[in-house]
Design a binder for this molecule. Structure first.
Ligand SMILES: [Zn+2]
Length: 525
């Protein structure tokens, strides 16, 4: 009682009370004749629906940390997985090993049992974990392609297209919330726009969402946006751009153009949205810097090729010149703009820039990249400082863009991008209170009602009668992230209480259980 209620719409907050019965919101309004077992005085702090983080790579990390305390402490009560083309299902016996290798950089030391094949079996396996929050999943195009074609760099045959479409439809029927693509990673990178358009036909009957980690997020970003829009238009399906950004300081101002295009597309009746994380550094494996041809056949084949000094030289030459007219180094203004986060076999370079890592290993920067990839068997992550804050803030303020973290897990005590543990308090503290980039109402809507409506998360995202009582109580004057690149797991401040299905699961910054998380499945009517 006595809370400033933000109901997950963009309505202005109002003072009121919320009643909870059997895990659901029983009323929102003024308390008069409600007999309660327990009453909590909010003291004028803000009460909102539980936050939804629709973009994480915690698929396998859930086995290691099923309670997801780092998310709950931020107020997140529901997470999405299966992002950027990567999902652990569907998978067949033949491809389990290469899929396991391929998604090594999101395993963070987890060794899953791989006791599933179909998407439905995978969701069941997740259900057997003691989940601290709700989980839903997309199905990954990369995983689908790998099932049918392995890591082959070629066009699919007609029969292979049909097979892929069959797997997508089956996964949608078994509860996927849409299909994601990762068009910079193999095997997604081997698929041309036409192939993506064709396999997305499988989404049409569900009006399923197509979400894309686009082919290019730098100099060619506008072209990539057009590709994404084309796929939506051709199939009459909604589309979504993942972690919207414009990389490369040379592309100052392109974000404004890009947001205009999204607005224009919507005016023409095209259903397009995006998500963004509130940081100026991106993060992924160093392999994302390599030309696609050298990665054909998976990690094993890549590592073998990199043993050949001729191949190494060729790769370095291509990286230097501009493969696909892009250059990760230039986008970061040189090797000092890349920070090595995770490289377990070469711990001496962790926490150092690529420039420093080169000095430590006695190699030039691009040679250092190949050396780290080789010595760590591709299990590395790095941060790239290649986004301008002013551009990111434009995306943050756009009514078409929701907020999500793009979390990549770290091993215990290891480094990761702070977005995993700071995104939500950072938006509320730094970008609402301090920089006034967006209003509190807008920010809360972008992490509750907006993703819930967009994705069709039934019962989530709003504080209204009958909705699930997943809620967050926080102090808008104090809420702030504490995670940074030096202490990426530091807990946020100002999130006072988190409720899941009506039960308090976080109090005064500590997880206190119980584990009431559910696996959510998309329903088709
Ligand atoms: Zn991505």
């Amino acid at each position: 009682m006595n809370a400033r209620i933000l109901d997950g719409t963009c309505n202005p907050w109002f003072y009121g009370d919320v009643g909870v019965r059997r895990g659901k919101v029983a009323f929102v309004g003024s308390l008069r004749n409600f007999e309660a077992g327990e009453t909590i005085d909010a003291g004028g702090r803000v009460l909102t629906p539980g936050f939804i983080d629709m973009h994480t790579h915690y698929d396998l990390y859930l086995f290691q940390k099923p309670r997801m305390v780092s998310k709950l402490l931020q107020g997140v009560t529901t997470i999405g997985i299966g992002q950027c083309g990567l999902s652990p299902a569907p998978v067949n016996e033949r491809n389990k090993e290469i899929l396991d290798q391929y998604i090594g950089f999101i395993k963070a030391g987890t060794e899953p049992d791989w006791k599933w094949n179909t998407f439905g079996q995978w969701l069941k396996r997740l259900e057997s974990l003691e989940l601290g929050l709700n989980v839903f999943s997309f199905v990954g195009h990369g995983t689908i392609r790998l099932n049918v074609m392995g890591f082959e760099n070629r066009e699919p045959s007609g029969a292979e297209i049909s097979q892929m479409k069959g797997l997508i439809a089956q996964s949608m029927e078994q509860g996927a919330f849409g299909m994601t693509s990762g068009l910079i990673y193999p095997p997604g990178v081997y698929a041309c726009p036409e192939e993506i358009r064709e396999v997305c036909e499988a989404l049409r009957e569900f009006r399923g969402l197509y979400l894309s980690h686009m082919r290019n997020e730098g100099n060619q970003v506008l072209k990539s946006v057009m590709e994404t829009l084309m796929i939506g238009k051709a199939n009459s399906i909604p589309v979504h751009i993942l972690h919207l950004k414009v990389m490369g300081h040379q592309n100052r101002g392109v974000m404004k153009d890009l947001l205009h295009r999204l607005g224009d597309a919507r005016k023409k009746g095209m259903d397009v949205t995006a998500d963004v994380y509130p940081y100026t550094a991106t993060s992924t494996t160093l392999r994302a810097m390599l030309p696609p041809w050298v990665q054909e056949g998976g990690i094993g084949a890549l590592l073998e090729r990199l043993e050949d000094s001729y191949v190494r030289r060729k790769v370095i030459d291509e990286m230097r010149v501009d493969w696909q007219k892009e250059n990760s180094l230039r986008n970061c203004d040189g090797p000092s703009g890349i920070l090595i986060l995770y490289a377990p076999e070469t711990p001496e370079v962790e926490g150092h820039t690529l420039q420093e890592a080169g000095e430590i290993l006695g190699l030039r920067p691009l040679e250092t990249v190949l050396e780290i990839i080789s010595r760590n068997n591709g299990k590395d992550t790095a941060a790239y400082f290649n986004i301008l804050e002013e551009d990111m803030m434009k995306a943050l303020g756009s009514p078409r863009v929701m907020i999500a973290s793009d979390s990549i897990p770290a091993v215990e005590g290891g480094r990761c991008h702070p977005r995993s543990n700071g995104t939500f308090p950072r938006v509320l503290g730094r970008y609402v209170r301090e920089k006034k980039t967006l209003s509190l109402e807008e920010a809360v809507w972008k992490i509750t009602g907006f993703p819930a409506s967009r994705l069709g998360l039934a019962g989530k995202g709003f504080l209204k009668n009958g909705m699930d009582a997943d809620m967050v109580l926080f102090d808008p004057d104090k809420v702030i992230d504490r995670a940074d690149f030096d202490s990426p797991s530091a807990y946020p401040e100002g999130i006072d209480r988190v409720f899941l299905a009506g039960e308090t699961v976080v109090e005064k910054g500590y997880f206190c259980g119980p584990c009431l998380g559910k696996v959510l499945r998309k329903k088709h009517y």
